[in-house]
Write a protein that binds this ligand. Structure first.
Ligand SMILES: Cc1cc2nc3c(=O)[nH]c(=O)nc-3n(C[C@H](O)[C@H](O)[C@H](O)COP(=O)(O)OP(=O)(O)OC[C@H]3O[C@@H](n4cnc5c(N)ncnc54)[C@H](O)[C@@H]3O)c2cc1C
Length: 425
């Protein structure tokens, strides 16, 4: 797009951080160019047609909570809020595959956690006082692994805390950052069930988070430029002076600015002296083309199994395994068969393996340890027209959609008040 009086904002990377920044800035009438390296927008949050199963699948079934206010605001801004679905109240069903025992944790709507005092709502075989260390996590200062901050054994840990934090932090919770776990509690459990309703996009995350954003941007005259990897940033006189796309170079005008919304390792390759998280954790998803049994819950958490969350979706069942490092080298067919055996035992479906696909995301998120969390930079850089965005920047949240969207909004706000920028601490 042509440069305007306030300059063009070049957004590098069309993941959710970049898209959220583009939607926010264009809503305020700013001129925006979005440059994406791959042939598809969405980054780590994408849907695509899988020829093996003949279905559109997500790279991973993304779970949000109703307290993820920035993600919901983003969906509202792109007219897509209705594409997320969840139960009317915050209920989580679980099954223990070691003994087939089932239970449901039912949070009450209000902020006072009555559910802890109610045996029919809290985790079976737990006492009220077991919950105290969880509550105390909110008020800790200084980051430490969770194992140093609360008991990591017993029914409460095994049946709620471990599955919850494993999903939210994407790391074995023993090693997970207590600070990030505390934020999760503060922003969800502590606000009551209204902030904890699980939300998913049954018709695909691409349909909910990406396609409507591209439509909204198009309405505003912005076309995301695909297959356009940025090779390097050029710097001069305390600012980014040009964008090097390999065969093409874009010189930046006096009022032009850049939001670098690429993954941590890509940002570190382009921005001198940038410290970023450098350890990552994987996520494995299995997809099966089969109709879930009638009445089967939309999602169920499993313990003592390889499968962690089983999602019943239209015409398919999807299974998520977080921090799945040990599964990365397992033959895909063996993994599909292992996971299907568990799904068949939970759902009562036949043991015969339906058409399947395994998606392994090796660098799904940065490793949410205290050490890696401490390496996350803020959005401000020493170059006055360059802001950083991405789930790996210092959002205070784990690497999630909510964190990515907040980082995009924050970078957009910085660009809007460019003159007040200061050097990052
Ligand atoms: C399998 C899986 C399951 C997940 N489950 C959940 C979940 O249940 N709930 C949840 O909240 N979060 C979940 N997440 C995390 C969530 O997907 C991410 O936090 C979020 O999508 C990150 O968005 P981002 O924009 O920060 O980064 P990215 O999505 O990585 O976007 C960066 C973009 O930059 C592009 N890029 C890279 N280099 C260049 C370059 N040189 N030039 C131009 N473009 C470039 C990339 O192609 C990409 O499109 C999951 C992630 C995965 C992988």
């Amino acid at each position: 797009m042509p440069s305007s009086d306030t300059g063009t904002v070049h957004i590098i990377g069309a993941g959710l951080a970049g898209l959220a920044a583009a939607v926010r800035l264009s809503a305020h009438g700013r001129t925006v160019d979005v440059h994406e390296a791959t042939g598809q927008a969405g980054g780590r949050c994408r849907s695509y047609y899988d020829h093996v199963t003949g279905m559109v699948i997500d790279n991973g079934t993304h779970l949000l909570l109703s307290g993820n206010h920035a993600a919901l605001e983003y969906l509202q801004a792109i007219d897509a809020e209705h594409l997320l679905e969840g139960p009317p109240s915050a209920e989580f069903e679980f099954i223990d595959l070691a003994n087939s025992q089932r239970w449901t944790v039912r949070f009450n709507d209000g902020q006072i956690p009555w559910w802890i005092f109610d045996k029919t709502r809290r985790v079976p075989q737990t006492r009220v006082r077991d919950y105290w260390p969880l509550i105390r996590l909110m008020w800790r200062s200084g980051d430490k692994p969770l194992s140093e901050l609360m008991p990591c054994t017993g029914p409460l840990y095994e049946r709620l805390v471990e599955p919850l934090f494993l999903a939210a932090l994407n790391i074995e919770p023993l090693h997970g950052s207590g600070e990030l776990a505390g934020t999760i509690i503060r922003e969800t459990l502590a606000l009551g069930g209204r902030a904890c309703r699980p939300l998913i996009a049954p018709d695909g995350i691409g349909n909910a988070f990406v396609a409507p954003a591209l439509r909204k941007l198009r309405e505003r005259g912005i076309e995301v430029m695909l297959q356009r990897p940025l090779h390097a940033l050029e710097f001069d006189d305390g600012r980014v002076s040009a964008l090097d796309f390999g065969e093409e170079r874009t010189a930046l005008g006096e009022h032009d600015s850049v939001i670098l919304a690429v993954p941590a390792y890509a940002a570190a390759a382009m921005v001198p002296e940038l410290t970023v998280p450098s350890a990552f954790r994987s996520i494995v998803n299995a997809h099966f083309r089969i109709d879930p049994p009638a009445g089967f819950p939309r999602m169920i958490g499993a313990i003592n199994s390889t499968s962690e969350w089983i999602f019943a979706l239209p015409g398919r069942i999807a299974v998520t395994v977080s921090d799945a490092g040990e599964l990365l080298e397992m033959p895909r067919a063996d993994l599909a068969a292992l996971i299907w055996r568990e799904v068949a035992s939970v759902t009562g479906l036949p043991g015969e393996l339906p058409p399947w696909q395994i998606v392994r995301e090796r660098r799904a998120t940065f490793a949410a340890t205290p050490e890696e969390n401490a390496k996350r930079p803020g959005p401000v850089t020493q170059w006055r027209n360059l802001a950083l965005a991405g789930d790996w920047t210092a959002t205070g949240l784990p690497a999630t959609i909510e964190g990515a969207v907040r980082s995009g909004h924050r970078a957009a706000e910085l660009i809007e008040r460019t003159r007040t920028w200061t050097r990052a601490a």
